[in-house]
Design a protein around this ligand. Structure first.
Ligand code: BGC
Length: 250
């Protein structure tokens, strides 16, 4: 049975949305992208979600991925988003606004769920770590396909700084690093992550993974390194999958 579900992914610079056929993981129709409002408060973003819902109408549930720790629909942290998200009942606000089932989860967890189910991690046994490189670095860790949520390893300390402040895609742009210089930093990060978790596979995602050919040969790890299949779209696909799951759970 096909079922179109609205998936929304909130990033530091843009909010992306699409309808997703959750039975196949395919995006049906266009991906709509709008600039992230500044400040990116819950009220401002809820209005953006409403506009996106009007542009992509469906009666299905709504899934939202955010760069926050999310526990049971409540956002707990806000590293690259307005601090008003700390301890905000986002799922409750969505249900009130849309009168439909809604799910909220961490953006990297959403991306990981999509990659493990339909993308580069499909059928992977053992430990897989999905990393998203964007404004920050997102992490999602899976063992035999099961997610440990909210791992937040973009904030792993490296040389006294958050890893995402040295190796995110945003840092590459801001510091105008060429691919070798950036890959060197990513390699240090992958080595730290490998020492902690001994993953079988790293799946590298975020919009930067569309350029995987430019830097894949520069990356080194004892673990296998794969490019994310959904690249910058994984978060919204995973958000839609989480929303469909929420609706199924009633
Ligand atoms: C946030 C994470 C998020 C990551 C990628 C980090 O700054 O703390 O929750 O997954 O950025 O957006």
């Amino acid at each position: 049975m096909t079922r179109d579900v609205l998936g929304i992914d909130v990033g530091g610079s843009s909010v992306k949305a699409a309808l997703v056929d959750v039975a196949s993981g395919r995006i049906t129709g266009e991906v709509v992208s709008v600039p992230t409002p500044q400040p990116s408060t819950p009220a401002a973003l809820l209005d953006v979600f409403t506009q996106l819902d009007q542009r992509l109408p469906t009666r299905g549930p709504v899934g939202v991925a955010l760069p926050c720790v999310v526990q049971h629909g409540v956002t707990r942290t806000a590293a690259n988003i307005d601090k008003g998200w700390i301890d905000h009942d986002c799922a409750g606000a969505l249900r009130t606004r849309f009168s439909r089932p809604a799910a909220v989860l961490n953006d990297a967890d959403a991306a990981g769920i999509a990659e493990m189910r339909w993308g580069a991690g499909r059928g992977t046994r053992g430990v897989a770590i999905v990393l998203t490189f964007g404004t920050g670095i997102g992490s999602a860790i899976f063992n035999d396909g099961a997610l440990l949520p909210n791992t937040e390893f973009g904030h792993l300390e490296m040389d006294g700084r958050d890893a995402e402040h040295t190796a995110s895609a945003r840092v590459r742009t801001v510091e105008q690093l060429d691919w070798p210089a950036w890959a060197e930093r990513v390699n240090v990060y992958l080595a730290r992550m490998h020492g902690l978790f001994w993953p079988d596979v790293f799946i590298l995602g975020g919009a930067v993974s569309e350029n995987f050919a430019h830097f894949s040969s520069l990356l080194k790890s004892p673990a296998e390194i794969r490019a994310a299949q959904f690249a910058g779209q994984a978060g919204l696909v995973g958000a839609a999958m989480a929303a469909a799951h929420e609706e199924d759970m009633g």
